[in-house]
Design a protein around this ligand. Structure first.
Ligand SMILES: CSC[C@H]1O[C@H](OP(=O)(O)O)[C@H](O)[C@@H]1O
Length: 340
């Protein structure tokens, strides 16, 4: 199953706002409809946003001869969500081909898609090998935040690709899925993917995560990333930082699994990462039903930032970086897809 793809001259994507009760594919041929799909999280997840960015520029380039129209549409798409660097990376990578014509833009966008598919497999293998090394000879009970599965990419995903690889190797124990308020990517999406995978799992409320780690209910925490700063500080769904603190307290490995395209060497550290503030209504209501008194305000950071020193390993398709263990900071490797 591909979460997002280029089909017959347009973009097809799974509308994730309808899951888990309805599986609906959206066909997008209008660039503004793609911006809307990104902003309402019909398509979401850093790697999927990178592919959406690249395919969105291909949609623009194949629908107008005006370079200015393409560039202004690309700016709107690039700015649709601020935290996942993959979105701007995907837009910029396709846009760099514009002077070579629409077909060159589309070819580059399809390469971004295909690289994401290959990267998901490699991250699964690299992450599973890392956990087998850290936790030899046992089934590994994972704890997850948000959704970093195939729905957050094109196929397989990042952190959940590690879970799937462990499952395929017969090394996966029971997985605990934090529901991930306020939009419930864990309960709605990760549980849906684990069920399809046939992997045993339970959903927990977010605030139970630290306690259950401290009571030895999980052997590793596996999360994705939206932006990894040059020093290894990592932005991911809100709730990741508290689990990282709890994992450190409980002596449990905390792994960030993300493609190289989530690494941003232009961002020196976590304090420099723009964290998306989403609408208060997502916090004080659910499915249109108020959960707080009328007029109650809310703070709704969509992400938080985990300092590198709390991260056991950053796993990409190309490497495993151990912050604080003598490996060079993640942002210092010269050769990355962005440099092409
Ligand atoms: C595979 S990284 C996915 C990453 O994106 C999610 O955020 P959102 O659902 O708001 O797009 C979350 O941070 C995941 O870890």
């Amino acid at each position: 199953m591909r979460t997002i793809d280029w089909v017959d001259g347009g973009i097809e994507l799974v509308d994730q706002t309808r899951l888990p009760h309805e599986f609906l594919r959206l066909r997008v041929t209008d660039p503004d409809a793609l911006v809307d799909a990104v902003q309402r999280l019909a398509v979401r997840g850093a790697p999927a946003l990178g592919v959406a960015g690249a395919l969105g520029v291909a949609l623009l380039a194949t629908s107008t001869d005006s370079s200015e129209e393409v560039r202004s549409g690309a700016r709107r798409l690039r700015d649709a969500r601020p935290t996942a660097v993959n979105l701007s990376w995907g837009v910029d990578r396709a846009l760099r081909q514009l002077d070579r014509g629409a077909q060159a833009v589309l070819t580059e966008a399809l390469a971004v898609r295909d690289e994401d598919i290959a990267a998901s497999v490699a991250m699964g293998e690299n992450g599973a090998a890392t956990l087998r090394e850290l936790l030899p000879g046992r089934s590994i009970r994972a704890m997850t935040v948000c959704n970093a599965g195939g729905l957050a990419a094109v196929e397989r995903g990042t952190a959940l690709s590690v879970v799937q690889t462990l499952h395929e190797q017969g090394r996966l124990g029971h997985t605990l899925v934090t529901e991930t308020r306020p939009l419930l990517q864990g309960a709605r999406l990760t549980a849906w993917e684990l069920r399809r995978m046939g992997a045993e799992h339970s959903v927990i409320v977010d605030s139970a995560g630290p306690f259950l780690l401290n009571r030895d209910y999980a052997d590793a925490v596996l999360v994705g990333a939206d932006r990894i700063a040059a020093n290894g500080d990592t932005a991911n769904k809100v709730g990741s930082f508290s689990l990282a603190l709890a994992a450190r307290q409980a002596g449990v490995p905390f792994l960030v699994v993300a493609p190289e395209s989530s690494i941003d060497p232009e961002t020196p550290g976590g304090d420099d990462i723009a964290v998306e503030e989403r609408d208060a209504s997502e916090v004080v209501a659910f499915d249109g039903i108020a959960t707080a008194p009328e007029g109650t305000g809310a703070l709704n950071p969509a992400f938080d930032v985990t300092p590198a020193e709390l991260i056991t390993a950053i796993v990409t398709e190309n490497r495993v970086v151990r912050p604080g263990r003598g490996t060079p900071p993640v942002g210092t490797v010269p050769e990355r897809p962005q440099d092409r």
